[in-house]
Write a protein that binds this ligand. Sequence first.
Ligand code: AMP
Length: 361
Amino acid sequence: MRPRVPGPLGPGATIGILGGGQLGRMLAIAAARLGFRVHIYEPGPLPPAGAVAAAVTRAGYDDVAALRAFASDCDVVTCEFENVPAQTAETLAVSTVMRPNPRALEIAQDRVDEKRFLHNLGIATAPWAEVDRAADLLGALARTGAPAILKTRRLGYDGKGQARLSGPADAEAAWHRIGAQPAIMEGFVPFSAELSVIAARGTTGEVVCYEPGRNVHRDGILHQTTVPSGLPRGVLQDAVLVAGKILNALDYVGVMGVEMFHVPGKPVMVNEIAPRVHNSGHWTIEACVVDQFEQHIRAVAGWPLGDGSRHSDAVMTNLIGDEIDDWPRLAAEGGGLHIYGKAETRPGRKMGHVTRIGPRR
Ligand code: AMP
């Protein structure tokens, strides 16, 4: 069994990553640049991260023998997605170090636990109510007000597992649309902007936040992130302080994406936390000295955090589904083009992104 990491990992150490998607791929590239080996653990075939990693284990998250072998090869294990089963994290934690810690993953896996956690920290959110069964729907809607959004408690992402309601008459249909499972009712926030903070916390407790970006979603999927956001300085400061509070409360190590709503005249509201690098932080690759991926690797390796300041203005646009077919034109444009190397193009699937930068205003 490997010893638990006492101090910073040196070059040549192995960083394990649970999940082999595009976030794992960009983490692996950043880790390689700092001299680390990366071992990807992924149940599915042909993971995009596998093509740029030193080792890949293809096994299920419930495969105890495979998890043990993986843990014994890794000096530290991190993840590129939040839905790591609790049992998986426990198995790994016996013989290696998990960063961020499993508690952060657990809270982010359940929208009700997440809201309670934020409430206990005094952080504003949309009005919400728990919905365990159909009989709870109307009471919940009375508490949140209409319009509202019904979301599954667990395993929702990119707007999946969500249904909008304009009033009580829609409640039954919404319940069935999300698969009649434990849910949360959220009052619809009349936001003027969505923003996110990409925040990092190191093993010594230092926190570095990137400048908050302004996000535009299409069909529940992030379309574009723009920095600077154009939001008032006070809002940006509020956003960064809220993010720092969350990371400190969780004794978090690594990068986290904190998605927020801005309603003029109100404190920022947190929509959700993602205990990992985040799509809305991809702009940092071209526009910052140290990007979110390197920052996460630095944090989980116990290194000092890097300089997250921005030297350029940036607009990051996702390439969803067959938008990736436009790559020859985008390549000719000469900006920051990223193609994730996914085996198959599907509607709604994140296939790549492009970041256009300009001089910092
Ligand atoms: P989520 O999966 O919770 O991040 O939701 C995806 C997107 O749906 C968000 O980025 C918002 O654009 C929108 N959305 C989610 N929850 C709310 C809410 N309570 N009020 C208004 N818009 C919301």
